[in-house]
Design a protein around this ligand. Sequence first.
Ligand code: 1HE
Length: 266
Amino acid sequence: MRDIADLKLKNILLQVDDDGIATVTLNRPEKRNALDLATIDELVDIFTTLPRAGVRAAILDANGDHFSAGLDLVEHHRENRSASDFMHVCLRWHEAFNKMEYGGVPVIAVLKGAVVGGGLELASAAHIRVAGTDSYFGLPEGQRGLFTGGGATIRVADLIGKARMIDMMLSGRLYRGQEAVDVGLCQYLVDDPQEKAWEIARNAAQNPPLSNFAICSAISHMQNMSALDAAYAESVVAGVVNTQEAAKARLQAFASGTATKIKPQG
Ligand code: 1HE
């Protein structure tokens, strides 16, 4: 198994703190964090390694003013790819984003500026999206003569519905502010998205890893199943998770009346 320290990274910064919270930071601000193939390869490596390295939550962040401008259009133009070449590029994007969504480690995305095209595809593979007030969301593929290739037809359509997605792609509509929250592109809209993401990550990291694995893997898998199969799979997962050793002290605390209650604060 590869260790985090063995990863060779050029376009992404990776840090893990003492509480097991990883920060994964896109680091091509001079290119508005456009996703070239090298960056996608690094995402595959990172999100293959994190779940097996004891990481309890990951924050997906970006340097510069923009989260990501999507597919590296200059590289794509320069490479003059064949259909087969680009199909394989897209398969690699899917590998990276599937590792994120199905890896079992909570991934919280910190969004700002442009979250467009492939950048929105990347953000939509995170489990929680926290947007700063300057964030805007778009799918400009149509305007560029392109189509989505990094999972938007699955994840963005799932978040906002196919009619809104088609509208974004045909009309070039951008969403931002409260409207972006209302349609489902992000769950939080705050002045300081980094601070909020850390708060969420720290809370999530308190849960037993097996519970988080189920939350951040099983739910996505079950969305792909028939209701009958999902109910079966849910029972099996709950059988394992709800009898785990790590839950026993928490159940004991509740049974003896010492556990915190689940109530709104303030
Ligand atoms: C890029 C990219 C990129 C910037 N690929 N290099 N995505 C788009 O259609 C969005 C394209 N980008 C933009 O519209 C703008 O760059 C932004 C609104 C995001 C930012 O504007 P601005 O004024 O801050 O920056 P800029 O001057 O446009 O760009 C700065 C540099 O970043 C410049 O490089 P330089 O070498 O001339 O300094 C740009 O070329 C570079 N840059 N965006 C490559 N996307 C799996 S299929 C997914 C399909 C898609 O994602 S389609 C959506 C593509």
